[in-house]
Design a protein. Structure first.
Length: 599
């Protein structure tokens, strides 16, 4: 949503405060927000969708009640608790704006662009970052200068010394190119306050706006060409060449300087615009190639280890610390920009894609490793769909869902992407494809689905697909903790078949709780025969709690017979309490002989 252009003053302060709440709430749909407000009788106002848009954008003032209502609804949407404080703040700003004197008429700017102080970085297409529920933060996180920022500042110093300059910031999606340009503009304004203007040509289209007004650029103007391929390589190649030629003339015209042209490009567009064609082939980008020559400053895809260390410093923006903990391979800026897109992609996913994302969320929070087998997604997903959605799917529903989840989000991994197993690494799924859930969505799943009981299909898929006995035992414990005892039995039994002694013990205890003492004891003996007497000891303690002293003693003796070093000590204490000093002494000595110094 675009904010209305307002002069500095109380009304703009009110607009900015409400808009900041709107961004912190992850820019909810206005229709949904209106519905939420209409259902809440505790809110003082009842604005409709159009009035909500005007209040948030600043395109007209609503009543005090409606403005406070929108602000409180946005705070709740963001998951914050300080609604009363926010309501009082908005009410104060509304009264200040309502009682302020009307602003003086503002003459339209004689020069292209707007003063730096009047520019909104979001309108200049700087990506907003993730929000943290309960913490009021600016849309942009604190900025950590990096090596390329020093090169940009050197270019700005040359411009302030009188030399018009073009800088092309080259880097992948969401690597921080546009943010670096915005910080450079701030640097210019800090050195020469109020002198520079930013011109961002985009209306009616980017190339048309640039071509029509480029001749009107005056000194001390930053020409903002974000995603410069739209200007230099539009569908009409002749228009792109005309813009490139106009920029070259601007940079060489001393009477119109100094100017700073800031362009951003992905590496593939830089290559396409600067590669000279073979002899005899068409050359549609000759002007652009000459314009761009020698202007590239590259932004790395990832932070260096030294830069990562700086993110852990005290007082650093909490979003940067979160990214430092969770971003993959130092891709901090991609994480910050991509996380909101990831969550939006998840919320708006088609039913089948949303189902496999939820399968992955549940599998990860239950303890499954990072690599999720294709078969696990395929077998578990149907139960995450209702009958209508399931009946509506095509035969290739899983392939379509995986294609949707694989698309990158502003340079970060898509919601659920395939993992390429290295030739030297074992395949955890026996050769079938494996997929990885994006870290941010894994966090989202752990919080949003913490109270959700996964459907039977997920537990059944675990038992059918997982071949690691230790993992099966872990998943069995998760099922048991959630009261899914039959699934726990199946998972433990599968782990036992694959050789897990821990699963034998766990299954033994589960059958003991089900009052199948014979089967429980038989499984405990199997575990003891495989070298683990923990099941026998656990059963003995259970018999003790049931006041079955004779049964407990028998199980402790069986543990002793299987070589357990702790069981003699337990039996010795029991004999001592029963007054059998001689028997206790013999058992203490037996414990010592087996290396238990407690005896």
């Amino acid at each position: 949503m675009e904010r209305a252009a307002l002069p500095a003053g109380p009304e703009r302060d009110l607009r900015d405060a409400v808009y900041r709440l709107y961004v912190q709430a992850d820019s909810p749909r206005l229709g949904d927000l209106a519905t939420t407000i209409a259902k809440d009788d505790d809110l003082p106002g009842s604005p409709g969708k159009d009035l909500i848009r005007k209040i948030i954008s600043g395109d007209g003032m609503g009543s005090q009640q409606d403005t406070v209502t929108v602000a409180v609804a946005l705070v709740r949407e963001a998951g914050c608790a300080d609604t009363a404080i926010v309501a009082d703040r908005i009410r104060y700003l509304w009264l200040t704006a309502k009682t302020a004197l009307p602003p003086e008429p503002v003459e339209p700017p004689a020069r292209l662009g707007w003063p730096v102080s009047g520019c909104d970085p979001l309108m200049l297409e700087v990506h907003p970052a993730i929000s943290i529920p309960g913490i009021g933060l600016d849309p942009l996180p604190a900025y950590l200068p990096r090596e390329h920022d020093e090169l940009l500042r050197q270019a700005a110093d040359r411009v302030m010394a009188g030399s018009s300059t073009l800088v092309t910031v080259v880097g992948g999606s969401s690597t921080g190119k546009t943010r670096a340009c915005w910080e450079l503009v701030q640097y210019l304004d800090g050195r020469e306050p109020g002198r520079w203007r930013v011109w961002h040509p985009y209306d009616p289209t980017r190339p048309e706006a640039a071509a029509q007004a480029l001749a009107g650029v005056m000194p001390y103007t930053v020409v903002w060409l974000n995603e410069a391929q739209h200007y230099l390589s539009p569908p009409d190649a002749r228009l792109g060449e005309r813009i490139a030629a106009g920029l070259r003339s601007l940079l060489h015209d001393r009477a119109r300087g100094p100017v700073l042209v800031l362009a951003t490009l992905w590496p593939q567009y830089w290559s396409a615009l600067t590669t000279r064609p073979e002899a005899g082939e068409p050359d549609p980008c000759a002007q652009a190639r000459d314009l761009l020559a020698g202007t590239a400053i590259t932004v790395p895809d990832a932070f260096t280890p030294a830069e990562m260390t700086m993110l852990d410093a005290a007082g650093v923006d909490p979003r940067l610390r979160l990214a430092a903990d969770d971003a993959e391979g130092g891709r901090i800026t991609q994480y910050l920009a991509g996380a909101p897109e990831l969550e939006n992609r998840y919320r708006t996913a088609p039913p089948a894609a949303r189902a496999i994302i939820r399968v992955a969320m549940d599998a990860r929070r239950l303890g499954h490793p990072l690599a999720l087998p294709h078969a696990l997604l395929e077998q578990a997903a149907p139960a995450y769909l209702d009958d209508h959605d399931w009946d509506s799917l095509g035969e290739d529903w899983l392939e379509q869902a995986l294609a949707y989840t694989a698309r990158p989000c502003k340079g970060a991994r898509g919601p659920l992407t395939r993992i390429r197993i290295r030739p030297s690494d074992p395949n955890p799924a026996g050769g079938q494809p494996c997929y990885r859930l994006a870290d941010y969505l894994e966090q989202t799943g752990r919080s949003q689905r913490a109270g959700v009981y996964p459907p039977d299909s997920l537990w059944s898929a675990f038992a059918a697909v997982v071949t690691d006995p230790d993992l099966l035992a872990i998943l069995g414990r998760r099922a048991e903790a959630r009261g899914r005892y039959q699934h726990a039995i199946w998972l433990y039994a599968r782990a036992v078949d694959l050789g897990s002694v821990h699963a034998l013990q766990a299954l033994s205890m589960l059958l003991e709780q089900a009052e199948d003492a014979v089967a429980a004891e038989a499984l405990a003996h199997q575990a003891a025969d495989r070298g683990s007497t923990q099941g026998l000891l656990a059963l003995a303690r259970q018999r003790e709690r049931a006041e079955d002293a004779e049964g407990a003693d028998a199980l402790y003796r069986q543990a002793v017979d299987h070589g357990d070093t702790h069981a003699p000590l337990i039996l010795a204490r029991r004999r001592k309490r029963a007054g059998d000093t001689e028997g206790a002494d013999a058992l203490y000595r037996q414990a010592v002989d087996r290396g238990n110094t407690g005896g």
